[in-house]
Every structure is written in C-alpha cells, then in structure tokens.
Design a protein around this ligand. Sequence first.
Ligand code: XMP
Length: 527
Amino acid sequence: MTAPAPDHNSDASRISDEKILVLDFGSQYAQLIARRVREQNVYCEIVRHDISVERIAAHNPRGIILSGGPSSVYEEGAPQCDPGIFAMGIPVLGICYGMQLICQAFGGQVKNTSQREYGHAKISISPNEDLFGGLPSETDVWMSHGDQVTNVTESFEPLASTSTCPIAAMRHKELPLYAMQFHPEVTHTPLGFQILRNFVISVCDCEGLWKLHDFAQQTIAEIRERVGDNRVICGLSGGVDSAVVAALLYQAIGPQLSCILVDNGLLRKQEAESVIAEFTKHFKTDLHVVDAKDQFLKELAGITEPQEKRRRIGYQFVECFKAEALKIKDAKFLAQGTLYPDVIESGAALDGPAATIKLHHNVGGLPKELGFELIEPLRDLFKDEVRKLGLELGLPEDLVWRHPFPGPGLAVRCLSDITEEKLSVLREADSIVVSEIKAAGLYRQTSQAFAVLLPVQSVGVMGDARTYENAVAVRCVNTDDFMTATWSYLPYEVLARISTRIINEVKGVNRVCYDISTKPPATIEWE
Ligand code: XMP
C-alpha cells in the first residue's frame, strides 16, 4: 500500500476547525451526544463542565452543548458551568440538566414536579425554523429527569410542550441559547438526529468537514512529520484497534514500522496464523512473531486463581514484548490503540493539559520502562469510527468487524488450571460457536460470542457406552459499551446446531449449556 501525499491545503487541515464542545455534567449520554454530532461530520470533544471561558475560547468552538446530568440544579454543590459562556456569542444547546442550568442562570425556576415525566413522551412543537425546522408539529421524545423548568423570564420563548411539561424546549429571544428537557441523542427520540443536525448545521453554521478520509490523511501526515526517519514499534493483538494503528503507521512510514505479535498460546484457533497472513499480505512490514507458547503455559501450570492467572499473563507479556522490542534497533516510538472512551474515562480528555492517559490493557507498563514516546493515533476516535477508518484504510471486513477478544485470551475462558489439552478442546468448541453464528448471519448483530470450558465432568451416553466428559458453556452477548450486556436471544436452531456439532466433533465434550446471565451481575468473561 502506498499512501497518497498529504495535501495541506485541502479540507484535511481544517477538519477540526469546526468543533462542537460537549460540557459533561455527569451524563450517561455525554459520549452518545459526541457521537451523534460526529455523525453530522462535525468534530466534537467532551470537556469538563467547569471549563473556563478562556479555555473554551482557545478551542474556538462553533457551538456548545450542555449535557444532562443526575443532579438537581438547586442542590448545594450541583455542578455549574462558567456563566460567562452564555455571553460569548457562541450557540449553546442545553439538554435536560443543561436546560435547567440555563434557566437558573437567567433567573427562571426549576422544580421537582409531581407530574414528572420519565421515558416516552409526546411533544407539541410551535412553528419554528431553526431547532425544530423540518419537524412535524408532534413527535415522540425521551425524558429522564425528575426536575423541570417551570418558569422562565420574559427573555425566553417556549418552543415545545408536553401534557405535563409546559416548557419542554425553549430559546432565548436575543442570544443564541437553546434548550430542551428531553434527550435528542437517544434512539428513543426518533427525530432527535434531525434536531441535533439542525443545531449543528443550521444554528452553529457548520458545514460538516469531519470526514474519516480526511482524518486519515491528516493523521498520516502528522505521524510522518513527528516520526521523521525514526522507527516505530506497534504491538499486534489480532484485534481491530491495533490493526488500524498499524495500517495508519504503515501508510505513514512504511518500512520504518516494526510490528510485534506475542503468540502466548492463548489465542483462538488459527488466530496467530491469520494475523500473520493478513499482515504479510496487506503490509509488507517488519513483523516479529514471538513464539512464547511454552513460556506462558509453564507460567500458568497449576494456577487456578483467576487474578493470579491474569497477573502472570500480564507479566509474561511485558517480558516477551520488552525482549523483542529491545532487539529492534533505533526504535524511538511505541504506537498503541488508545481510543477516545479510554481517554475520557482516564480524565485526560477533560481539558487538563498535563493529564495522564490510561494505558491500553495489552501494553500496560511498557512505555515507561522502555523509554519510548507514545503514538496514539486513535485517541480522538470512538470504536465505530475506528472500524470505519479500518475499512477506509483497506483492511478486510472480516478483521474490522471482529468481536473483541481479551488480552489474557483463552486463559479466562478455560476455567481452573490450564493445560494444552484443555486449550485445544476449547479452541475447537470456540471455533464451532463462532462459525455457526457467522453462518446464521448473526455475527454482526451480536457483540461477543465464544465458548468456555468448564472444570466439570458429567455423565453421558454415547452409543452403548457411558461417558464422563467435559462441559462447555456457550456465551453470546449483545452490548453497546461492554459495561452492561444482555445474553443474545439466539434462535433455537442455531443453539441446536452449535450443541450437536460440539458434542459430535470435539473429542472430550459431552454436554453444552447456554449462558443466560446478564451483566451485571455476571461479567461477560467467566474469569
Ligand atoms: P467483562 O468480563 O469484564 O468484560 O464483562 C468486558 C469486556 O472486556 C473484555 N475484557 C478484557 N479485555 N483485557 C482485555 O483486553 C482483559 O484483561 C479483559 N478482561 C475482559 C471482555 O472480553 C469484554 O469484551
């Protein structure tokens, strides 16, 4: 692959000029708001709610969104924003708590009402051209706060109401301030996308310049400039994030990239082989495969305690990676696939110049020890954007849509102690689960699907003989963020095929169970 030369005069150098800031008041939906804005091709960042007016000015945003939040504006210590932002002349949209803050700042009243609305509601919209332009006079919305704006001063004009919420949306008569009690960012507000689009495009006057193609070209140019003629090391895990990082780096610096894949013997069936094939086919890169299977198995022998397994795997990983990295001469940089949610969760995105970044699971601890400078080209992106970028960079669909796989690999799915025999039973069973889910066309609709080998033998009968063999659990979940998950309602026929095939084809298994636990209280992985 050869990357086209960057064009610094193109839109690529301006893609972040159109920026919307989301001030986060502790909303569970702050990231969702940012994603919705980016879906309008407008760059969006989440910042602390108490960011100063000066810092906001330095961002030079086209618009500001005040998120919702769990607090009540009239409580002591409730999070506030710098009231100076309302006088900056920059359009502001307050959502839920954000609306209540605007109301309070201008002397209106916010109350906990007995008629409070949670969940679905229908709003009636007064004719208006900007925020609700193109919407019907009635539409469904989603509410989720006990407080309401009950009274606003003369300077505001109500824009929408529900039967129990007379001011469900409002606009300042002179300043570019808009607010709504409901949540336009959630899918339960079917026309919410249009409302946010109206705010971003019509009110904030954005053109929509944030395109992943331009982002890729700009990032490639930046990497090239930063790296110069130095060497960069990139760890490969087989997952989409590290593959996209490698693809970006490859386009930026080609032969100056060295990739390291640590084969810890805990990968899925054919996984190391497929990563090697993909990376030798797509990138003629300097790929170092560290065969550390025996080393890991030896370290794990007889260990049954889940945390101890993880600790040993983490330690071994660092040792193997370090040993290989030190063999690569002149490497100055280490690339890793930190994503925007990691950055936000670590607090680093929230506008602190000296904030620290949470280290990626799989390379935790490496940078400090080795003295590498970090390159994190995905730190502005959400997972779905990383996938789109992967496709944009020419990575195969199969890799881009691969389910996530934990760093400690099959070790956390092979319960109790680990042996090569158990791992090979698990690999076979797991490959049947995944291939049947793919064959049923359900792989993209599910978030993670795998087999777990239980440390349980049970009695069965095969032919005329009694068996006493292993049990396998099938785990398949649906989730948006992996913090909560539901088990997938797989069709019985698919479950039946998985079970029949595992019992017939995998020697040593005579029983298959389907895990029907939600997270919480169960986790997705079993250990
Ligand atoms: P749990 O089991 O906590 O998993 O519900 C949530 C998500 O995280 C993945 N996971 C890990 N990923 N290193 C990783 O890179 C780990 O140690 C690890 N533990 C869990 C899990 O597969 C699921 O996607």
